[in-house]
Ligand binder design. Structure first.
Ligand SMILES: *Cc1c(COP(=O)(O)O)cnc(C)c1O
Length: 367
């Protein structure tokens, strides 16, 4: 039985009629940027996340970069000021900090929960620390009240990288509404994915929202008048229309992901395979279902022979990348182990029970 890691074709096919209607509507409208589709999606997404404001931008990296840039400008941060962030994240999180001439302070997460621990954060705070970036990696909520308290006590901004966790909750409040401002990616493979690059920020802070919108529109608040040295980072109308359709189905899609995860947790019994600690249902939207094993590459080939698609998230941690040569000698043992042992199982709302069962059977038979 063939089990793809993720079939975007199947996901699109599931909502084909609504998506076609939206694409044709935008095509026929003759209006492709900064129009009504953006306004509708921004309103609906802000409502869904539970923030006052949502600003669409061109992709997730720019959402991260612009939200930090806006805070750096509004709060008068200096080059070299520090943002605390977990060492095990996708490179975009780190890039957005260093592109703002701020210094990412990398920290190892807890090896069982994959969470950044409040005590670890507190120890890393210096007089240059300006913010903490929480990355809800794999769809797992990393927020807790202790972290919020630390940020309040030390006057730090709390950023969320919500690229992998659309729909995730903490005590009924969605990730993306828990800190000062959050960045979202709608890269096609994310839980809420567009037909190309797309992103957004969400916040309750009007100043931040307004500034991100201006910075992403060439630094212009009025046509041909430029207040800042801005950039071009806008959500196009086609993407906004597609996202608005898929947003309507996000809860159902996430619920199916949760069912699949439950099957994996229940079914996988191979002692050579470790799964991350189980969170309460609302705190995980399973963007990725990671497993950990010492013979990761062998397992990946074995699954491939059985027509099961997997991906490694991610093979090399940011501090071991050529782009960050100056960090190559730093040591983050937990992060390094995660990158050595991680393998992501097929996870898509379109997988059938039979497909999931087949993955489980193959894993249990693996020696
Ligand atoms: C996907 C992703 C991003 C970047 O989003 P893009 O839209 O691809 O630029 C940032 N952070 C994390 C954790 C991601 O998974």
């Amino acid at each position: 039985m063939n089990v793809p890691f993720l079939s975007l074709k199947d996901i699109t096919a599931k909502y084909k009629d609504e998506l076609h209607e939206a694409v044709i509507r935008v095509t026929d409208s003759g209006w492709y940027l900064q129009g009504n589709e953006n306004k509708v999606f921004e309103d609906n997404y802000a409502k869904y996340i539970g923030t006052k404001y949502c600003v669409g931008v061109a992709n997730g990296l720019q959402a991260l970069e612009l939200m930090i840039r806006a805070c750096k400008m509004l709060y008068g941060w200096n080059d070299g000021d520090e943002i605390i962030v977990q060492a095990n994240t996708y490179i975009a999180t780190i890039l957005s900090i260093s592109q703002n001439n701020l210094k990412p302070i990398l920290l190892d997460p807890n090896s069982e929960t994959l969470e950044l621990e409040p005590e670890t954060i507190e120890k890393a705070i210096t007089d240059k620390t300006r913010g903490v970036m929480l990355v809800h990696l794999y769809g797992r909520c990393l927020y807790n009240e202790k972290i919020d308290e630390i940020c309040n006590n030390h006057n730090l901004k709390l950023f969320e990288d919500n690229a992998q966790s659309h729909g995730c909750c903490y005590n009924g409040n969605r990730t993306g509404s828990l800190g000062t401002v959050a960045a979202h990616s709608f890269y096609p493979g994310k839980n809420l994915g567009a037909f190309g690059d797309a992103g957004a920020i969400t916040t309750n802070d009007k100043e931040i929202a307004d500034l991100v919108r201006v910075l992403g529109n060439y630094g212009s608040s009025k046509k041909y008048v430029f207040d800042y040295i801005g950039e071009n980072s806008r959500l196009d109308e086609m993407s906004a229309a597609v996202l608005d359709v898929k947003l309507r189905h996000l809860e159902d899609d996430n619920n199916r992901r949760k069912q699949i995860a439950k099957m994996y947790y229940k079914g996988i019994k191979n002692p050579a395979i470790k799964m991350p600690s189980i969170l309460s249902a609302e705190k995980n939207v399973f963007h990725i279902f990671p497993i950990f094993t010492k013979k990761r590459d062998e397992l990946q080939s074995y699954l491939k022979e059985n027509e099961i698609g997997t991906i490694i998230h991610y093979p090399i941690p940011p501090h071991k990348q050529e782009a960050y040569k100056e960090w190559n000698n730093l040591s983050f043992p937990v992060t390094e182990k995660i990158h050595e042992q991680e393998l992501s199982l097929p996870m898509s709302p379109t997988l059938s029970d039979e497909q999931v069962q087949w993955v489980i059977e193959c894993l249990n038979e693996w020696k």
